[in-house]
Structure formats: C-alpha cells, structure tokens
Design a protein around this ligand. Structure first.
Ligand code: ATP
Length: 375
C-alpha cells in the first residue's frame, strides 16, 4: 500500500469535464433523432475525492464513465486529467482503473494471476520483473484484504471476494483515476453494505480520485464526497450529499433522494401561505399566489393534536428508534404519506392524524417545470 501511495505522491489529479456531450445515432425509423446520452456536462472533480454519479436507468451514467475511461469518444467537449487534455488519448494510455458490475475475472487464472494481468504486457522502461509484479499484486491484495486467497480460482470465491479481486486488479496499475460502474449490484444486501464501506476505506487510503456510478441514492449518499444527480443525460444538481438532500434544486432531485421518499402534494400559495387542500399549513413569505407542488421530507412532520395538516391514518410501522406513521391525503401524489416520528411520541388511535410541518423540510416547486421556489 505504501508503494501505491508513494508512487502517486505529488500527482494532483483533479478531473475536469468541459461541456461534454455524447450522442448516439438512432437506429429506429420511428424515432429518427439521435439519442443524446450526455448533454453539456461540465464539472470539476477535486483531487482525491469520491464522486457518486447518480440517476435512474438510462440517464447517462455509464456513458459518462466510458467517456472518462476513453472507451467512448465525446461528440463534443473536453476532458482533462489534472492539466492534461486526455480527450483524444486512447483508453490504455489514460491510466484509469475500471471496475464493472460483472467483475469479468478470468476464470482459469488464480487470484494472483488475475491481479497481475494488467502488468504483464508492459513494454520498455515500464516492464516489470516477476518479483516486482508479485510485490505489486500483494500490495493491492492487502489493500482489499484478500492476500490469503491469492492461489484460488474465481469460482472458489464469494461474490464479495470476487469484487475485491476486481478492485485489486484495477488498483495494481496505480491508476490516476478509479472508475466504478455499479460495482455492488451483484452482491446481497449485507455484502453490499460491507463492500461499499470497504470501497470508501480503500479510496481514502489511496487518495485516488474516484467516480462511482450507481442508481442507488442511499449508496451514493453514504460514501460520496460529492454527488452528481443526472436525468436524461443532463446534470440536475451537484454538491455534497447532505446539501443536495437539504436543498434540492428541483422536484426530480427531491424525489430521487431520500428513503422513505419525500411526500409530494398538490398545493397552492395564497397570501404568502401554503395551502394543502383547505388547510393553511405553513407561512411561505415572499411567494406569490400560485398553484405549486409541495414536498415534505418524512422527518418534516411534527405530530400535534392541533396540527395544521389533517391526514387519514392508515397505520403505524415500528422501526425501532423511530416509528413511521402511514397516512393518506386527497392531495397527496404518493399513494401513502410516510412520516418518521420518534418512537417516544405515541400516536393516538383514530381515523385521522394531524401534523405541523418543519419549514426547513418543506420544499415548493413550480407546477410548470419543477424548479424550486424559495421561501
Ligand atoms: P443504466 O443505469 O441502465 O446502466 P445509465 O444511466 O448508465 O443506465 P447509459 O448506459 O449511459 O445510461 O445510457 C444513456 C442513454 O444512451 C440511454 O438512453 C441509452 O439507451 C443510450 N445509449 C447508450 N449506449 C448507446 C449506444 N451504444 N447506442 C445507442 N444508444 C445508446
């Protein structure tokens, strides 16, 4: 690990994406327009940080990653590693470590051979002796804690162990950046949790600038220094996970982040007051009269007998420290409203339940385009 770390000393590897666009030709006669997989993506990934690239299926995450790796060429825009413009540099010269969802280990090779594989074909001054390769493989294996499994074949490993071999194989080249495409999706829930913490630890200890692609918001939020939320090839918002959660730029981002999901209501602003149905639920100073979409985080509800918002009580789910109050409301866009309340607060049995709302947990969005309306 020391060698991997020391070799990289002094490399300031920020990654800059400048107006990156990738279009694919349409193969459909019905829809002859090109597919815009990534559109005008500009972002600077600071040196040594872990970025979570997040969004629903088809939003352009893998395409972005493949542009960074060099497997795809952008239609327009530029990519810089540090100060180097790598846009026209082939993948093999970019110095990226890639880990995919299907680890693609060579089944007939041992763990050690799989890890050393990327070092085998080096030429000239980069050529390594068998001894040097073995040392590097061992360093990378130690980093992901599989040094005891070096002589096994992939079929003799668990899914999590296989994934670690894939990560070790990506690290052994001492990459300038590490790109991980849904690396945990083949693992079961417990292993996923464990492996994502592992990835975070490895990333911290190597300091390699890393891009982590996932459609799982919880995964991205939990391990990323910064998240970038994409939709239809367009970046919706980028920032620290907590900041994006606390201040979503639009309704899509608000809905995409958070579990249980945010509760969305058809609402209205009249005289700087937010109305859900006939009830005045919150003062919204400075907001003009209009129809709006109001969204309330599950932790934004306060149970109160005289609460401003009345919902129909469906049930209560015990979650240990907290309880989840499940209710409905005619103006709710979600089938059920979920509010997370401390388990110490009991819910009185009855047909209805009333809440006050925490202003910092309520967001208003334009009915026209879903952009945020501040108050
Ligand atoms: P997923 O989470 O499902 O992997 P993603 O966010 O990684 O999705 P991409 O694979 O980047 O999405 O795809 C973005 C868009 O580009 C999609 O509409 C996809 O159909 C399209 N696309 C991707 N690759 C090609 C290709 N080679 N030719 C044509 N269209 C493509």
């Amino acid at each position: 690990m020391k060698a991997i770390l020391s070799e990289r000393n002094g490399i300031a590897m920020k990654v800059t994406l400048q107006h990156l666009t990738k279009t694919f030709p349409s193969r459909s006669k019905k829809q002859p327009e090109d597919v815009v997989a990534v559109q005008d993506f500009s972002f600077e990934i600071p040196d040594g940080k872990l970025i979570g690239l997040l969004g629903p299926s088809g939003c352009g995450k893998s395409t972005t990653l493949n542009l960074l790796s060099g497997l795809l060429k952008p239609t327009s825009g530029r990519i810089f590693f540090g100060e180097d413009d790598v846009t026209d540099l082939p993948a093999e010269h970019r110095g990226v470590g890639l880990v995919f969802q299907n680890y693609a280990l060579y089944p007939h090779l041992t763990v050690k051979q799989n890890i050393t594989f990327p070092l085998e074909n080096r030429k000239g001054k980069d050529r390594l002796t068998k001894q040097q390769m073995a040392e590097k493989a061992m360093e990378a294996a130690k980093l992901v804690q599989i040094e005891g499994l070096m002589d096994r074949k992939p079929s003799e490993l668990s899914g999590g162990q296989q994934q670690r071999v894939a990560i070790a194989r990506a690290l052994v080249k001492m990459p300038r950046i590490l790109l991980l495409d849904e690396p945990l999706s083949n693992l079961d829930a417990r292993l996923r949790l464990q492996t994502r913490e592992e990835i975070r630890r490895i990333q911290r200890s190597t300091g390699i600038t890393t891009v982590f692609v996932t459609h799982d918001q919880e995964e991205a939020m939990s391990i990323s220094d910064l998240i970038v939320v994409m939709k239809d090839g367009i970046v919706q918002q980028a920032g620290k996970p907590q900041e994006v959660y606390d201040s979503p730029a639009n309704l899509f981002v608000a809905k995409f982040l958070g579990n249980p999901p945010i509760n969305v209501f058809d609402a209205q602003v009249r005289s700087q007051t937010l109305y859900i149905g006939d009830e005045a639920v919150l003062p919204v100073p400075g907001v003009s009269d209009q129809l709006v979409t109001a969204a309330v985080r599950p932790e934004g509800f306060i149970l109160s007998e005289q609460g401003a918002l009345t919902c129909n009580l469906s049930g209560v789910e015990v979650m240990g420290r907290d309880i989840s109050v499940v209710s409905t409301h005619p103006n709710s866009q979600n089938l059920t409203i979920r509010s997370i309340i401390s388990a110490e607060t009991g819910v009185a049995p009855g047909k209805t339940v009333r809440f006050d709302l925490k202003p910092a947990k309520v967001f208003l969005f334009s009915r026209d385009d879903g952009t945020r309306i501040s108050f």
